[in-house]
Design a protein. Structure first.
Ligand SMILES: C[C@](O)(CO)[C@H](O)COP(=O)(O)OP(=O)(O)OC[C@H]1O[C@@H](n2ccc(N)nc2=O)[C@H](O)[C@@H]1O
Ligand SMILES: Nc1ncnc2c1ncn2[C@@H]1O[C@H](COP(=O)(O)OP(=O)(O)OP(=O)(O)O)[C@@H](O)[C@H]1O
Length: 270
């Protein structure tokens, strides 16, 4: 069976409080983006995992696909499988690519071996893999709170018919470090009220709390946001804890950005 794990951007991201378990409560809107990896799972005589495409760092046994399989294996008598992950989503980019692969593995195995896990049970398992993982069980625009697992689907009419450009400069921002730089504050504007307004009103009110610290540490990341606005973006922001930036444009106003050749750039319709 094959699946196409997509990625996400965050429309607004507020860190609202530090929790006793070391994580933070946040409020954000997850928006799915049509940039995807490919994951194939086939029943086999022995377990194996192969990754191709953009190289994934670290121990393959800790890949989120393998961790998702192991998590289900603790609960169910799963047969061995061959898993092939082809990576196209940049890593450690604030786009949730690894989380999406982990969630896709849970969804595929649930379907293939008829495990009958409900969406709520899949979300609980996904949260054990990472805070961004539960969203990828749903894969529809959602307003999120808690660590990101309290999810409410939401319509974002302001984005209909527009185009997105994602730029990743390949700078790695450690997520734990980014959270450690934030002093949590109570949310002053309701995210759902903001995104119900026309996109031209978002610029000064829809904010990613990580930008200040990440831009201070990496001026090259801020420079991309400035370029996106200079090229006519209706709205531009960093996604997650970075380092990807996205700009939202009218279809007839696609940016011609002057970026270093090694930067990753993706364009798609919203
Ligand atoms: C920044 C976001 O991408 C926004 O969508 C996510 O909150 C990050 O989610 P993620 O990459 O799945 O992160 P995790 O693997 O769960 O956590 C990495 C580290 O980030 C910090 N962390 C993460 C999520 C959260 N709500 N509070 C935190 O404090 C913790 O130090 C944690 O050890
Ligand atoms: N399937 C996978 N795809 C990508 N990275 C993975 C995967 N499995 C494990 N990882 C590890 O997770 C790290 C973060 O990758 P991911 O693409 O999920 O970044 P991200 O969405 O920006 O997350 P973070 O916000 O934690 O940086 C990678 O550097 C890699 O070591």
């Amino acid at each position: 069976m094959i699946s196409f794990p997509i990625c996400k951007i965050n429309l607004g991201l507020h860190i609202v409080g530090k929790r006793n378990d070391g994580y933070h409560n946040l409020e954000t809107i997850f928006y799915p983006i049509a940039l995807n990896d490919v994951l194939e799972i086939i029943q086999a005589d022995t377990f194996s995992f192969k990754a191709t495409g953009i190289p994934v760092d670290g121990d393959p046994a800790k890949n989120l696909c393998v961790r998702a399989y192991d998590l289900l294996k603790q609960k169910f008598d799963l047969p061995p499988v061959y898993m092939h992950l082809h990576k196209a989503i940049p890593l450690g980019a604030g786009l949730g690519g690894g989380s999406s692969d982990g969630a896709a593995t849970l969804l595929l195995l649930n379907q293939k071996f008829q495990l009958k896990l409900s969406p709520g049970e899949l979300i609980d398992l996904a949260l054990q893999l990472g805070s961004d993982c539960p969203f990828f069980i749903i894969n529809k625009p959602c307003i999120a709170s808690g660590r990101g697992e309290i999810l409410q689907p939401i319509d974002v009419p302001a984005l209909k018919g527009l185009k997105i450009i994602i730029v990743n400069p390949g700078i790695h921002v450690n997520t734990g470090w980014a959270f450690s730089q934030i002093t949590p504050t109570a949310i002053s504007h309701s995210l759902s009220d903001i995104i119900a307004q026309p996109i031209t009103t978002w610029k000064n009110v829809l904010k990613n709390d990580f930008e200040e610290a990440v831009f201070a540490a990496h001026p090259a990341i801020k420079n991309i946001k400035d370029q996106l606005y200079a090229q006519g973006a209706l709205y531009a922001s960093m996604s997650g804890s970075g380092a990807s930036l996205f700009g939202i444009f009218n279809k007839n106003n696609i940016a011609e950005l002057r970026l270093p050749e090694n930067y990753f750039v993706h364009q798609s319709d919203l």
